[in-house]
Design a protein around this ligand. Structure first.
Ligand code: FES
Length: 192
């Protein structure tokens, strides 16, 4: 079906192109010459060029659609955690897989921990019954509830993301604003 539509579009565009060229030709040649230029050969040539143009336009549009960034709700964008899903102090974290963060709530406040292990980049899971609760499966780095390293080869605590709130108490996590730290400090959290 698509090749047929493409051919029809090419014929239509080619015809239009031939007429346009004929009109332009009238400014530079006699009426007899203009009729010659709208010959079948000219029409066929422009139909072929039109079809090729349609194919190139389709390829270009597909390229743009494929590579156009679509960051809404994904890692790198701001992600909203609804107020009713924000954990209470000390509760298991809220996890957003697409945004690659855990939202934890310590006595100091909220913090969005980046799930990427600071050692070599594995994804760190939360283990509800483990102590400490964040344990990287790759090389055994362990982190406590606020992301401090307590064991393993990781060079620093888990990284964290910028937070803000809106008027309804929803928490907005900016997954494109990730900070590293040498140690935990309460001002890394957001009071909630
Ligand atoms: S990647 Fe996590 S400990 Fe190595």
């Amino acid at each position: 079906m698509a090749p047929l539509l493409r051919t029809l579009a090419g014929i239509i565009l080619g015809g239009m192109g031939a007429r346009l060229l004929a009109l332009l030709g009238r400014f530079h040649s006699s009426p007899h010459d203009a009729r010659k230029k709208t010959s079948r050969r000219l029409f066929t040539r422009n139909a072929a060029l039109g079809a090729a143009g349609v194919v190139l336009a389709e390829l270009g549009a597909g390229f743009v659609v494929f590579f156009w960034p679509n960051r809404t709700g994904a890692f790198g964008s701001e992600i909203t955690v609804p107020a009713d899903q924000v954990p209470a102090v000390g509760d298991p974290p809220f996890r957003n897989a697409a945004g690659k963060f855990f939202l934890i709530h310590s006595e100091d406040g909220l913090m969005a921990l980046y799930t990427k292990c600071p050692h070599l980049g594995c994804s760190v899971p939360y283990l509800a019954n483990a102590d400490p609760p964040f344990q990287c499966p790759c090389h055994g780095s362990h982190y406590n509830y606020v992301g401090e390293r307590v064991a393993g080869p990781a060079p620093r605590p888990m990284d964290y993301m910028a937070l803000s709130t809106d008027a309804e108490g929803n928490v907005i996590v900016d997954t494109g604003a990730i900070s590293q730290r040498g140690a935990y400090a309460p001002d890394q959290t957001m009071t909630y």
